[in-house]
Design a protein around this ligand. Structure first.
Ligand SMILES: [Zn+2]
Length: 107
């Protein structure tokens, strides 16, 4: 151990600061990785059918756009599109489904 090296409380202080800095860096790196993975997944799956994996085609019906798979027949609605198409009445079974399963916005 060098004579000029800080010791005792001072050394502990610097060690704690260094550990805190490295922990922040690790969290930032994890977030960057998560963001990159999400972007890669979005690129890979964008406009692909969630059931069969083939291309979705955008079609317009009653003023709203629907993403449709012409392979398996599935249809994909963006948030509020389905509600716009089937109406807002609370007694409507489709509206009930939409209201029950609507995703909460992540901030
Ligand atoms: Zn499909």
């Amino acid at each position: 151990m060098s004579i000029n090296k800080p010791s005792g409380p001072e050394e502990e202080y610097f060690a704690r600061e260094e550990a805190a800095r490295r922990q922040r860096e690790a969290l930032e790196n994890a977030k960057k990785l998560a963001d990159a993975e999400r972007e890669a997944a979005q690129k890979l799956h964008y406009m692909k059918c969630p059931k069969c994996g083939l291309d979705l085609k955008e079609i317009n019906f009653k003023g709203i756009s629907i993403d449709k798979c012409f392979h398996c027949g599935g249809m994909w609605f963006d948030d509020k599109e389905f509600e716009t198409l089937v109406g807002h009445e609370q007694t409507n079974v489709f509206s009930s489904i939409v209201n029950v399963f609507r995703a909460k916005k992540v901030t």
